[in-house]
Design a binder for this molecule. Structure first.
Ligand SMILES: [Zn+2]
Length: 586
């Protein structure tokens, strides 16, 4: 059997399998061991930090039973090396993954080659196990999954209304200054000057125009100050640019602040000279541990200067490009200080280092006990699959509080959703503006992000419209020259049908195109029919009374626990729209 993932669930699972007498196991994981894993991934210890998870996990479980045949791969299960012909050799695949994209991929490969899959997930106290057997049960994608929360760029760039917006901005600033930055970064190049938008000046009345012109004068005057700061030091220049100059510019965009409090630019020298005293206490008067203390604005400024200087020195020294790591103290200090300074500018509450870490890292606390319970239940389902006990398969749901006296509830398998575009009809309808949408947008947003297809080939009739560049040859640009063209230019118009093939997972989809020009949101410019679960597709827990209490109506859980709570509240209002409980995070 194949175990995909040697993390929280994977460690428990491998130990269980070896002790339960399974003799032929392959494990794959792309990760290396980090300090933060050690509290729950008990096959690893301090001396293993930095080493391959799958290899160390293998060595560790061999100590329980040296006779087990176990092989480890350090690699990404989504690579073509581990495609259909690799998966075909197994009787069973056990997923112990921590991300949606890999789960969807393994689901498809297993369906393509008819290998049963046991899917798992935990989030804090919650967990679930889902056996997936081709044509017998629903697949991982029969019910649509929520996409992760995204925020509009303009909110991040100029109009934050929650601390999380400032935290995201601070991470982007970090990448802009010390890491790799791309077009999606809301923080623009700091060497660029702000463009004044004079176009709508005529539409303003006299008072407003006066205000704008006054503000413009401020911005002009500020230029000199910015030059001075640049001469003094790198970190002072960055501080002045992002917390003063850029904010001054935002203040001139009066329409943004109608009926709202304008942002307040920070002046470094004023701030450092202020008498603000740190208060390391919370409202109840208890002394907090350092990570839970909220720094005041002055402290944030001091931390920002110190850390920006150190980070700059470290990247200049070895010409390094940093990636943001929530477990790196310097990185976390930078994002905490920068986001708090921005919060103070926009009159938002400040956060502690601890809060920033969990928000910025999208962290759901991982609980060893939850992983252990889920891994145990996975082994039960593995037994049933290998013993061909089709009728005895169950979904298992682990709850935080006892429900009808139980922490673990089971449910019979659901039949495949006939309209599922993965295991059912393999047919989906796409509504999109064929006249304005480029192939580039289509490939990125629809094919890659939404349909999770890694190595696509697109056909219109017999004509190949696009094929991902293949092989090791980096100069091979494949058919990238097609990307700037609109769908219409490629003859993809209303009422045409595309064939999409994924080389890596052996998956094929018929995509029917409908030309549509208007969409409800400006963020997503298409609609995919397969996204809606069929109406009959409703979860039934065993022993569920006719009218289950609201408490039991768990719905799709995504991202954070806050989100999960919100979803639950919605469900009490409208129980008829119940969907499957789906946990997507480890
Ligand atoms: Zn399906």
């Amino acid at each position: 059997m194949l175990v995909v993932g040697a993390g929280g669930i994977g460690c428990e699972l491998l130990k269980n399998l070896v002790l339960a007498g399974f003799e032929d196991i392959v494990v794959i994981d792309l990760d290396t061991i980090d300090y933060s894993n050690l509290n729950r991934q008990f096959l690893f210890s301090k001396q293993h930090v930095g080493m391959s998870k799958s290899r160390v996990a293998k060595e560790s479980v061999l100590k329980y039973n040296p006779d087990v045949k176990i092989k480890s791969y350090h690699g990404n299960v989504k690579d073509s090396t581990y495609g259909p012909s690799f998966i075909k050799q197994f009787d069973l695949v056990l997923n112990a993954l921590d991300n949606l994209s890999a789960r969807r991929h393994v689901n498809r490969v297993c369906l393509a080659v008819g290998v049963p899959l046991v899917e798992s997930g935990t989030a804090g106290y919650l967990g679930q196990v889902q056996p997936i057997i081709k044509t017998v049960s629903e697949c991982f994608e029969c019910a649509p999954k929520p996409s992760p929360t995204t925020y509009p760029v303009c909110t991040i760039r100029s109009n934050p209304t929650k601390p999380i917006h400032c935290i995201i901005w601070a991470k982007m600033l970090f990448l802009r200054l010390f890491g790799k930055s791309d077009d999606s970064n809301a923080v623009t190049d700091l060497e660029e000057t702000n463009q004044q938008e004079n176009n709508d000046l005529e539409e303003l009345d006299e008072n407003e125009r006066e205000g704008v012109e006054l503000a413009k004068k401020f911005v002009e005057d500020d230029k000199m100050k910015l030059e001075q700061e640049k001469d003094r030091s790198y970190e002072r220049w960055i501080f002045h640019k992002v917390f003063h100059t850029d904010v001054l510019y935002l203040c001139t965009l009066k329409t943004l602040w109608k009926g709202k409090q304008e942002p307040k630019p920070l002046l470094l020298d004023q701030l450092l000279a202020s008498m603000e005293v740190a208060t390391p206490q919370n409202s109840t008067g208890n002394v907090l541990i350092p990570d839970q203390q909220v720094w005041n604005v002055k402290q944030n400024a001091e931390v920002f200067l110190k850390v920006a200087k150190e980070l700059k020195a470290s990247v200049s020294e070895d010409n390094k490009v940093l990636e943001w790591e929530k477990d790196d103290d310097l990185h976390l200090d930078f994002v905490t200080a920068a986001s708090n300074l921005r919060c103070s500018i926009f009159h938002l509450p400040l956060s502690s280092r601890f809060d920033v870490k969990s928000e910025a890292g999208n962290v759901i606390p991982a609980i060893a006990t939850t992983n252990a319970i889920i891994a145990g239940l996975m082994v039960l389902e593995a037994y049933k699959i290998l013993n061909k006990q089709k009728d005895r398969h169950r979904y298992h749901y682990l709850y935080k509080n006892p429900t009808r006296g139980k922490l673990i509830l089971t449910a019979r398998l659901l039949e495949p959703n006939p309209s599922c575009y993965i295991c059912g009809s393999k047919f989906a309808n796409l509504k999109i503006n064929t006249a304005t949408t480029t192939l580039n947008y289509f490939m990125k947003e629809v094919i890659s992000k939404h349909l999770n297809i890694g190595a696509p080939s697109i056909f219109l009739g017999e004509t190949c419209i696009y094929e991902a560049a293949g092989g090791e040859d980096e100069d091979d640009m494949g058919m990238d020259y097609q990307l700037p063209k609109t769908l219409q230019q490629l003859n993809i118009i209303d009422n045409t049908i595309l064939k999409i093939e994924d080389f890596n997972s052996d998956y094929e989809l018929q995509l029917s195109i409908t030309h549509q020009t208007k969409f409800p949101s400006e963020e997503v410019l298409f609609e995919l029919s397969g996204d809606k679960a069929s109406k009959k597709h409703v979860e039934k827990l065993e022993d569920t009374p006719q009218n289950p209490e609201a408490e039991d109506d768990l719905q799709i859980i995504s991202g954070s626990t806050k989100n999960a709570k919100r979803k639950r509240e919605q469900s009490t209002e409208n129980t008829s729209q119940k969907m499957n409980l789906v946990l997507i995070d480890e």
